[in-house]
Ligand binder design. Structure first.
Ligand code: SDX
Length: 427
């Protein structure tokens, strides 16, 4: 950060000079902590205009529809890189050399198995438990298996925890699916790449090893890349807040998974497919859009809108392209894709959406691809959590490796002023 400019705030004749800091890209920030000394708090519910931290990991320009990971455009990473490379990039700040990538990939592969005791956690859940409920529980419990490496001040402990989480998320996610369909858990294979291994654990059985379609494996890898990180979104901010209390990394990632579950955030991909199912056919799109625009109706166009993007989400464009590739490769004609495209076409011409700068986001098309791959709707947000894991960890590591304070916001109190207790027989 750099800065020599200041903002001047004058309140009741008092002048407060607030330093202005500049980053390498994006808006300058006003450092407001000095207002406290004058007896004020700043007020920004939902953190709409608040920069919560300094970061070097991801940059978003919402007006231009730009998303950079360590400076590299998401469009280039999604079409030219691999998820393993993007994990390394997010964690280390630079793209790996061939030998660095091989060493990283091998290290991850060698940590894909989970402790044999972990399988018994699943038995406590009903078979029809939502997989995100299982993920919250199992990931939070992972710390119970690694008491030897939970010193967050130790860089080696932080690094092995990062590898363990990236390596085990696919295994645990696939176990959620297998448990829900009553099939035995499938062990990971070290000879498969990350995405192929995940599809193997999802769809192989002890009776038949699934033959992973390379088109689907490539699409899965690209979906992981498109979800890998996204600046200070709600779940990443949750991970940072949990990390600021010195909680262990498994607890912090479990907190991020819980926050991601909400339909306004990572749960939107599942909500989009439910929405498309509810609409049913193209001739009912106009009526649905009418409901969305009706203020007395709480219906939202899921997969549309974004706190930051006021232009196309660059991820949505790549996701749509991937959708076309996968459906064509599989020879699938999915009427829900046509329905989604009709919905997008109508919304992008309607002033309600245009005036509010509501465009398709990362969740609008992802579910259609996941469905084509054979992944059930209930697993869609689990896939999002799996893809987002390196981003959550990179932000956690960036915070812990630099000076930080426990996150403890204040409030505007509008409740009762002080009053004395009245005994129940006097009320
Ligand atoms: C993700 O933050 C991230 O980076 C998140 C994410 C990531 O990678 O981590 O990108 C992933 O969460 C993507 C978003 C997925 N969620 C959805 O698709 C759910 C539908 N979208 C909305 O719930 C909403 O757009 C949000 C939550 C995404 C953003 O909400 P904001 O920024 O608080 O915007 P807002 O609610 O203030 O909306 C402004 C206006 C309002 O109307 P008015 O009060 O001005 O009349 O736009 C309307 C909203 O009602 N609006 C919508 C809408 N989204 C906003 N109206 C209908 N359908 C929608 N989808």
């Amino acid at each position: 950060m750099s800065g020599s400019k200041t903002a001047t705030l004058t309140i009741d004749g008092q002048t407060i000079n607030l330093p202005i800091q500049s980053g390498t890209l994006g808006p300058d920030v006003i450092d407001v902590k000095d207002v406290l000394a004058k007896g004020y708090f700043t007020f920004d519910p939902g953190f709409v205009a608040t920069a919560s931290c300094e970061s070097k990991i991801t940059y978003i320009d919402g007006d231009q529809g730009i998303l950079l990971h360590r400076g590299y455009p998401i469009e280039q990473l999604a079409t030219q890189s691999s998820y393993a490379e993007v994990c390394y990039l997010l964690l280390n700040g630079e793209l790996p050399s061939a030998s660095q990538l091989q060493e990283f990939s091998e290290r991850v592969s060698n940590h894909t198995m989970v402790h044999e005791q972990l399988q018994f956690f699943y038995r406590g859940f009903r078979r029809d438990a939502h997989p995100m409920a299982v993920m919250c529980g199992v990931i939070g419990a992972l710390s119970a298996f690694y008491h030897d490496s939970l010193d967050i001040k130790n860089p080696e402990h932080r690094n092995i925890s990062a590898i363990r989480l990236i390596a085990k998320m696919p295994t645990i996610a696939a176990m959620c699916y297998k448990y829900s369909v009553g099939q035995p858990f499938i062990y990971p294979r070290n000879d498969l790449d990350y995405a192929s291994n995940f599809l193997h654990m999802m769809f192989s059985t002890p009776c038949a090893e699934t033959e992973v379609n390379p088109v689907l494996a490539r699409a899965m890898d690209r979906i992981f890349i498109l979800h890998a990180d996204h600046e200070q979104n709600a779940s990443t901010s949750t991970v940072r807040m949990a990390g600021s209390t010195d909680a262990n990394p498994f607890a912090c990632i479990a907190a991020g998974i819980a926050a991601l579950w909400g339909p306004s955030h990572g749960g939107a991909n599942e909500a989009v497919l439910r929405m498309l199912g509810e609409i049913g056919s193209a001739d009912r799109v106009e009526d649905f859009v009418r409901r969305v625009k009706d203020k007395s109706d709480s219906t939202k166009l899921m997969g549309f809108g974004h706190r930051v993007y006021k232009n196309f989400d660059p991820r949505a464009k790549v996701m749509k392209q991937t959708c076309d590739e996968v459906l064509n490769a599989l020879g699938i004609h999915d009427p829900q894709l046509e329905l989604a495209m009709k919905l997008e076409e109508i919304a992008l011409k309607d002033d309600y959406f245009v005036s509010r700068k509501l465009y398709p986001n990362v969740d609008f098309y992802s579910g259609i691809i996941l469905k084509a791959i054979g992944i059930p709707m209930s697993m869609f947000t689990v896939i999002f959590a799996l893809g987002r894991t390196p981003g959550w960890i990179a932000h956690w590591q960036e915070m812990i490796a630099n000076p930080y304070k426990i996150a403890r916001p204040r409030q505007l109190y509008t409740g009762a002023t002080q009053r004395d207790y009245v005994r129940v027989d006097q009320r």
